[in-house]
Design a protein around this ligand. Structure first.
Ligand code: NAD
Ligand code: DAU
Length: 355
């Protein structure tokens, strides 16, 4: 039995692959383009294990995807591959349209052809699981109920619009062709191997480097935070028992304003790695220009996956964020390795010379 995972060298994909390999003997074929966000170092513990096969390639390359499907005959395809950073989508949406929309379309076409040629038992057992985001639902007011699966799509950034388009394509391939698809819409993840351009790892890395901690606008934007391995366990559960054609919201019931997140990271660092001058890391907070079109609040209603599939997160935010800060403190070399020239170019483009 084999799974084809796309984007398995990124943050969530690599956590998923590592967890899967720890729990199963099923082979994973990992197709990843290795953009700036893909990092094979995340998977170094799997080196030499035949149950993980890495292929550098693009989900939009139909010849490559079709050849992999024909060679490895997977029982499922899990699509993690995407351009994932909202700020980058604001500076340059083109790659997001290319990978998230065009790439997903090509992947769907290849999978449809492969699935169509399977025998009826294999067709019935096959799944395509598309990993998506809560951002497709748009922004909530302070007292609005959390997003359910029936919330209308109102994406506000080029990133979320491109993910929304990919979700619609996946849905259409089920409705039109009967492809057995599953879609998951998850809230903000955090944890090991998170690229330090996103809020939590950026704060951990900048704080230790004595740099400014850039908080957009008033810092009162709200996100729902989920430890990455809880997202992975939810995906495993949806793959195992989700109903084809259905979408499942995944979240931690854990809404927090950004400023509270930054304060929590600072307090943990004060405890675990105090500043040499004894002053609190909070002193490094710097309010910077807000993200254009910044969504004010996301909140996920995860009752469907809890009720239908019996999934629940294992970590609280307190336990998950402590593990995360400890992981970064324990892996300075990983951080140093991702802070390449390209990473520095991004910081300059986004924050100027300040942080
Ligand atoms: P990431 O940016 O860390 O990793 C994306 C991976 O996809 C990288 O390894 C990259 O090399 C690869 N990739 C990019 N374009 C590709 C292409 N054309 N072909 C093959 N591989 C390609 O992203 P992430 O945070 O791990 O997110 C994974 C998925 O989960 C995305 O679909 C994202 O929209 C979704 N998601 C992320 C979060 C989050 O908080 N990070 C929350 C909900 C949903
Ligand atoms: O909600 C799920 C989404 O979460 C995923 O679909 C995306 O792939 C993922 O990147 C994430 O998007 P966000 O835009 O919410 O994540 P980010 O870490 O970029 O920002 C989190 C919040 O922190 C957001 O309100 C913007 C703010 N922020 C971010 C950065 C990088 C800051 O205030 N300062 C910063 O420097």
């Amino acid at each position: 039995m084999t799974l084809l995972v796309t984007g398995g060298a990124g943050f969530i994909g690599s956590n998923f692959v590592l967890e899967w390999a720890a729990q199963s003997d099923e082979t994973i074929i990992n197709l990843d383009k290795l953009t700036y966000a893909g990092n094979l170092e995340n998977l170094s513990s799997l080196q030499g294990q035949s149950k993980h096969v890495f292929i550098q390639g693009d989900i939009g390359d139909a010849a490559c995807v079709s050849a992999l499907l024909a060679q490895y005959r997977p029982r499922a395809v899990l699509n993690f591959a995407a351009e994932s950073h909202v700020d980058r989508s604001i500076h340059g949406p083109g790659e997001f349209i290319q990978t998230n929309i065009q790439g997903t379309f090509q992947l769907l076409e290849c999978v449809r052809a492969y699935w169509g040629a399977l025998d009826s038992d294999a067709q019935a057992a096959f799944r395509l699981l598309h990993v998506s985001t809560d951002e497709v639902y748009g922004s909530l007011g302070k007292t609005d109920p959390a997003f359910t699966e029936n919330h209308r799509y109102e994406p506000n950034s080029p990133y979320s619009a491109s993910k929304a388009a990919s979700d619609h394509l996946v849905r259409a391939y089920h409705h039109t062709y009967g492809l057995p698809v599953l879609t998951t819409n998850c809230s903000n993840n955090y944890g090991p191997y998170h690229f330090p351009e996103k809020l939590i790892p950026l704060m951990i890395v900048n704080a230790q480097a004595g740099k400014a901690l850039p908080v957009y606008g008033d810092g009162q934007q709200i996100r729902d935070w989920l430890y990455v391995l809880d997202h992975c366990s939810a995906i495993r559960r949806v793959l195992e028992a989700g109903r084809p054609g259905e979408t499942y919201n995944i979240g931690g019931w854990n809404e927090k304003p950004n400023l509270e997140i930054v304060h929590t990271v600072c307090s943990l660092l004060d405890e675990l790695k105090p500043r040499a001058d004894g002053k609190p890391y909070q002193e490094q907070i710097s309010y910077v220009t807000d993200r254009p079109g910044h969504d004010r609040r996301y909140a996920i209603d995860a009752s469907k996956i809890e009720r239908e599939l019996g999934w629940k997160p294992a970590e609280t935010f307190a336990s998950g964020i402590r593990k995360t800060v400890c992981w970064y403190l324990d892996h300075p070399q990983w951080v140093a390795n991702v802070q390449s020239g390209a990473y520095r170019d991004w910081l300059n483009q986004q924050y100027g010379s300040t942080p």
